[in-house]
Design a protein around this ligand. Structure first.
Ligand code: B3K
Ligand code: ZN
Length: 882
C-alpha cells in the first residue's frame, strides 16, 4: 500500500472463500543486498467454493515484476495487469495451472521490517500479517494453505547459514561461483504468513528433543556471532515447552528440526513461522550479567508462546484475520498455563491480571476499544492488541472455569482433532466445546463480539435469624465505539464466603444445589443468590483468581478488605484486597492533592502490608507483588475522567513515603533476611527472593532517608547480577537525584557495547518523573547508542516516555505530547507499524483534565494532518479522534 492510499475497511461480514487455491509453492530466492530475485512457481486451481470463471488476483506490495509465465509459456502483456500492489491474470483457463512469477526486492531499503529485510546484515523475513506480498505476488490471506519448497541462494561469505521452513533437503555450492544454496521442504500446508527464510553469518547452539512417540528433533538457536553463551536459557525453555505441550495438551512436534533465529531489528516480540521461529533478540539472549529476572521470565514465556503456536496457529490456523484471537488468545492462555506450572501459579496470575488491567482495560475504556474478535478493520497490524491477546486469553480461561478441567480438555481435544489442517473460525472453536460438553455457548460467544469491560456491582446481606446470606449481583457493559447497546454476558464469578475464623464456608444455595466448583454463573442484568446454613456473618471473597475480566464494585468495607488481605485462602484476592484499599486511598488522596490537601494513610493498609511482610509462610514473590503500591496509571484508570497526572504522582509519592516510614523496621528486616545466597540462578524461587529484597529496597528508598539511599548505592555497587544492579540503579535514578548521574554513567560505561542493556538505560531515564526528563529524552535521541531505525531502541526511549512517564508525557505545556508526535511523524515515514504502536500511547487522552486533553488533541490533529501518513498511523489517529 502506498503512503497516500486510504484502504477501504475490511468487514467480517464480507468474507468470501478464495476463488483460486494454491497447492504447492516452489520458491527460489537469490539473496542480494539490494536486488534479491524471487522466482515463485505456484500450482493453482480454481476453488470449487469460489466464484466460477474468476481471474487470478494476487496481492503485492512494493513489488517489481520481472517475468511471468503460465504453464511454462510467457504471458502476453494483454493477458494480465500488474501494479506494485496486485497482479491479475485476466482470463485464466479454469483448471489446475502453474504460474511462474519473478520479482525483485530490495532487502536493504526495507525499513518497514515487513517482507524480506536485513537486520545487522542478516537477511530475514517477517510475513504476518501481510508481508509475504512484499516478497512475491500471492493470494496473501490465511485461508490459502500450500506446501512450500524453498531454495535459498546467497554468497557463501555473506550468508554461510541458510534456513527455511520445514526440513532441510539438500545444500551445496553453486558450481563455478562464490555462492551456495540450501533447499528446505515443509510438508505441512500453511498460509503464507508462516513463511520464513534466514540467511546470514550466525553462530548456533544445538540440542535434541525426543518426542512422546520417540521421534528425534534437532533443535537449533541461531544468534549473532559471539553470543551463543547467552542462548542456553532459551534452549532450556524450548525443551520444557515441548514436553509440557505433550503432557498437558497432547501436542507433539511434527518436523525433524526446530530452529530459532534471534535478530536485532524486529517489529514485535517474535514470530511463529513453521519450524523456523524468528525472534527479537531481546527474547532470546540472556546471561546473569545482562538480563534481569523479568527478562528470563519473558524469554521463557515467549519461547513457549511461539512454540505452542505450532498447533494453535499453524496446524490449525485462522480463516481470516478477524479470527486472530483464535490463535493469539488461545496461545497466550497456553503460555500463561505453562509459566504457571513452571513457576508460582498465584504470582503468575497476579502479574497477568496486572498486565490485563494496565494494558487492556484502558483500551476497552477508550476510543480504540474493539471486540476480542473485531468485525471491521482498516489495518490489521493495528489489531495485535491487548484485547485480542490478553482479553482473548481471559475468554479461553473463562471457558475453562465454566466447563471445568475435564470439560475444557475434552473441548480442546476435539478442536485439535476436528480442525487439524483447517483455517478455522471462532464459531468452530466454540462448537467443539459445546459439542464435547453438551452445552450451549451462544451467550458465552458475546465475549468475542461485545467490546468494553463489564461492570459487576455486588452487595451482600446476612440474615441472622434464617442463617441465610444473599448476594445481589448487577452487571452492566458501558457503550463503546460502534456499540451503543449491549446484551448481558455470561460471567463466571468464582467466590468464597469467608467465616470469622478465616475459613471458607460451604457454598450451599437455597435450593440445595452447590455453586459448582465455587463458581456462580451470572447471566442476567440482575440476579440474587441465596446461600443457606451460614451461621455467622461472612465476608465474601469475590471474583477469586480473577475468574472474569470485569470491573468489580462491592459493598465491602475497609475492615472487610483488611480481613481478606489477612485471611483469604485465595491468594489472588488476598493480594487484591490490599490493592483495593490502596487504590481507594489514592483516588481520595489525588482529589485532596488537587485541592492542596493531604490525607492520612489508612491504618488498614499499613496493617495489611505489615501482616503480609510478617507472614513467613508466604512465597517471597507473592509478598513482593503485595508490597507494590498501585501504579499512577492504575490510579488514573480508576479515576477515569478529568485526570491530573501531577496530583496522582503527588498522592502516590506521599503514600509510598508514609508506608516506608511506618514499616521501616519490617522492611529492613525483610531486606536483610533475603540477602543473596550463592551464585545467581534465574529459577523462580531465587527470583522471588530477589524480587522481595528489591521491593524492600525500593520502598525504603521512598522514605528518602540518607540510610535508605546509601543502602541503594551499596546494593548497586555490590550487585553481581543485572536484576539487582538495574533495580538499584532505578531506585537511585528515581529517588536519589544527587546519586543519579554518577550511577547512570557507571552503568553506561560498563554496558555500552551491549544494545539490550543500553535499552534498559534508555528506558529508565525516559521514566524519570521530573521536568528535565523531556530534555534528557531529546538529548538521548542524539546519543550514539540510539538509532531511530531500531524498534527496540525507539520503544525503550520514546515508548517508555509515552507509556510509563505520565507526568512528563502529559506535561501541562504540551511539550511531552509534541515530542512523541514529532517522533511518530518521523518514524512513520520508515516504519509505519512502529509509529502506529507509539501513537497508541495517546489512547486515554480523553480522560485527561481539559488543559492536557487540549494539548493531546492538538498533537493528534497535527499527526492526522501530516501529508502522506501511513494507513497504520492514520487508522489509529482517526479512531483516536472519532
Ligand atoms: N504472531 C506474531 C505477531 C505478528 C504481528 C504482526 N504485526 C507473534 C505472536 O503473537 O506470537
Ligand atoms: Zn502469538
Amino acid at each position: 500500500m502506498s503512503r497516500d492510499a486510504v484502504p477501504p475497511p475490511v468487514r467480517l461480514g464480507d468474507y468470501r472463500p478464495p476463488d483460486w487455491l494454491v497447492d504447492t509453492v516452489h520458491l527460489d530466492v537469490r539473496l542480494h543486498p539490494t536486488a534479491a530475485r524471487v522466482l515463485a512457481r505456484l500450482a493453482l486451481r480454481p476453488n470449487p467454493e469460489g466464484r466460477e470463471g474468476s481471474p487470478i488476483v494476487l496481492d503485492g506490495d512494493d513489488l517489481q515484476l520481472k517475468s511471468l509465465s503460465l504453464d511454462g509459456a510467457p504471458l502476453a502483456g494483454t493477458a494480465y495487469v500488474v501494479t506494485p500492489q496486485a497482479l491479475t491474470v485476466l482470463a485464466p483457463p479454469q483448471r489446475a495451472l502453474t504460474l511462474e512469477i519473478e520479482t525483485v526486492v530490495n532487502p536493504t531499503a526495507n525499513t518497514k521490517l515487513m517482507g524480506l529485510y536485513r537486520s545487522s546484515g542478516t537477511y530475514c523475513t517477517q510475513c504476518e500479517a501481510e508481508g509475504f506480498r512484499r516478497i512475491t505476488y500471492f493470494p496473501d490471506r490465511p485461508d490459502v494453505l500450500a506446501v512450500y519448497t524453498t531454495r535459498i541462494e546467497a554468497e557463501r561469505e555473506e550468508a554461510p547459514v541458510l534456513l527455511g521452513n520445514g526440513n532441510p533437503v539438500e545444500a551445496g555450492p553453486v558450481e563455478g561461483t562464490s555462492r551456495h544454496y540450501a533447499v528446505w521442504h515443509d510438508p505441512w500446508p500453511k498460509p503464507c504468513y508462516l513463511f520464513a527464510l534466514v540467511g546470514g553469518r550466525l553462530d548456533r547452539i544445538t540440542d535434541e528433543f525426543v518426542t512422546a512417540t520417540g521421534k528425534k528433533v534437532e533443535l537449533g538457536i541461531y544468534v549473532e556471532p559471539g553470543k551463543t553463551e547467552r542462548a542456553g536459557y532459551a534452549m532450556d525453555a524450548l525443551k520444557r515447552s515441548m514436553r509440557w505441550d505433550e503432557e498437558v495438551f497432547g501436542c507433539e512436534y511434527d518436523l525433524d528440526v526446530f530452529n530459532i533465529v534471534a535478530v536485532a531489528d524486529f517489529n514485535m516480540g517474535a514470530m511463529e513461522n513453521k519450524g523456523l521461529n524468528i525472534f527479537n533478540d531481546k527474547y532470546v539472549l540472556a546471561s546473569p550479567q545482562t538480563a534481569t529476572d523479568a527478562d528470563y521470565a519473558n524469554i521463557e514465556t515467549i519461547i513457549a508462546h511461539e512454540y505452542f503456536h505450532n498447533w494453535t496457529g499453524n496446524r490449525i490456523t485462522c480463516r481470516d484475520w478477524f479470527q486472530l484471537c483464535l490463535k493469539e488468545g488461545l496461545t497466550v492462555f497456553r503460555d500463561q498455563e505453562f509459566s504457571s506450572d513452571a513457576r508460582s501459579r498465584p504470582v503468575k496470575r497476579i502479574s497477568d491480571v496486572r498486565l490485563l488491567k494496565s494494558h487492556q482495560f484502558p483500551e476497552d475504556a477508550g476510543p480504540l476499544a474493539h471486540p476480542v474478535r473485531p468485525s471491521t478493520y482498516r489495518e490489521i497490524n493495528n489489531f495485535y492488541t491487548a484485547t485480542v491477546y490478553e482479553k482473548g486469553a481471559e475468554v479461553v480461561r473463562m471457558l475453562k472455569t465454566l466447563l471445568g478441567e475435564e470439560g475444557f480438555r475434552a473441548g480442546m481435544d476435539l478442536y485439535l482433532d476436528r480442525h487439524d489442517g483447517d483455517a478455522a473460525t471462532v464459531e468452530e472453536f466454540l462448537a467443539c466445546f459445546a459439542d464435547a460438553n453438551g452445552v450451549d455457548l451462544t451467550q458465552f460467544a458475546l465475549w468475542y463480539a461485545q467490546s468494553g469491560t463489564p461492570q459487576l456491582a455486588v452487595s451482600g446481606t446476612w440474615d441472622a435469624a434464617t442463617h441465610r446470606y444473599t448476594l445481589d449481583v448487577a452487571q452492566s457493559l458501558p457503550a463503546t465505539p460502534g456499540q451503543d447497546h449491549k446484551q448481558p454476558m455470561v460471567i463466571p464469578l468464582a467466590l468464597g464466603l469467608v467465616g470469622p475464623d478465616g475459613r471458607d464456608l460451604p457454598l450451599t444455595l437455597d435450593d440445595g444445589s452447590n455453586a459448582e466448583r465455587g463458581v456462580l454463573r451470572i447471566t442476567a442484568p440482575r440476579q440474587s443468590f441465596v446461600f443457606r446454613d451460614i451461621a455467622e456473618r461472612p465476608v465474601p471473597s469475590l471474583n477469586r483468581g480473577f475468574s472474569a475480566p470485569v470491573k468489580l464494585s462491592s459493598d465491602l468495607t475497609t475492615a472487610d478488605l483488611l480481613f481478606l488481605a489477612r485471611h483469604d485462602s485465595d491468594p489472588f484476592n488476598r493480594f487484591d484486597a490490599a490493592q483495593t484499599i490502596a487504590l481507594g486511598h489514592l483516588v481520595a488522596a489525588t482529589a485532596a492533592a488537587r485541592a492542596g490537601a493531604d490525607l492520612p494513610v489508612p491504618d488498614a493498609l499499613v496493617e495489611a502490608l505489615g501482616a503480609t511482610l510478617a507472614d513467613g509462610a508466604l512465597d517471597p514473590a507473592f509478598v513482593a507483588q503485595a508490597l507494590s503500591i498501585p501504579s499512577e496509571a492504575d490510579v488514573a484508570r480508576e479515576i477515569g475522567v478529568d485526570v491530573d497526572p501531577d496530583a496522582i504522582h503527588l498522592a502516590r509519592t506521599r503514600l509510598r513515603r508514609a508506608v516506608s516510614v511506618a514499616l521501616a523496621p519490617e522492611l529492613e528486616a525483610t531486606y536483610a533476611r533475603h540477602a543473596p545466597a550463592g551464585t545467581y540462578s534465574p529459577d523462580a524461587a531465587s527470583a522471588g527472593r530477589r524480587a522481595l529484597r528489591n521491593s524492600c529496597l525500593d520502598l525504603l528508598a521512598a522514605g528518602g532517608t540518607p540510610e535508605a539511599l546509601a543502602r541503594a548505592q551499596a546494593h548497586f555497587d555490590t550487585a553481581d547480577n543485572m536484576t539487582d544492579r538495574f533495580f538499584a540503579l532505578a531506585v537511585l535514578a528515581h529517588a536519589a537525584p544527587q546519586a543519579r548521574e554518577a550511577a547512570l554513567a557507571a552503568f553506561h560505561e560498563q554496558f555500552r557495547d551491549d544494545p539490550l542493556v543500553v535499552d534498559k538505560w534508555l528506558a529508565l531515564q525516559a521514566q524519570i518523573a521530573e521536568p528535565e526528563a523531556l530534555e534528557r529524552v531529546r538529548g538521548l535521541t542524539r546519543h550514539p547508542a540510539f538509532a531511530w531505525t531500531n524498534p527496540n531502541r525507539v520503544r525503550a526511549l520514546i515508548g517508555s516516555f509515552a507509556g510509563l512517564n505520565p507526568t512528563q508525557f502529559h506535561r501541562t505545556d504540551g511539550a511531552g505530547h509534541a515530542l512523541v508526535a514529532d517522533a511518530v511523524i518521523d518514524i512513520d515515514g520508515r516504519n509505519p507499524q512502529l509509529a502506529a504502536r507509539l501513537l497508541a500511547a495517546f489512547k486515554s487522552w480523553r480522560s485527561l483534565e481539559p488543559g492536557r486533553r487540549a494539548s493531546a488533541e492538538a498533537a493528534l490533529r497535527r499527526i492526522a494532518a501530516t501529508p502522506g501518513l501511513s494507513p497504520d498511523a492514520s487508522d489509529i489517529v482517526g479512531r483516536s479522534l472519532e
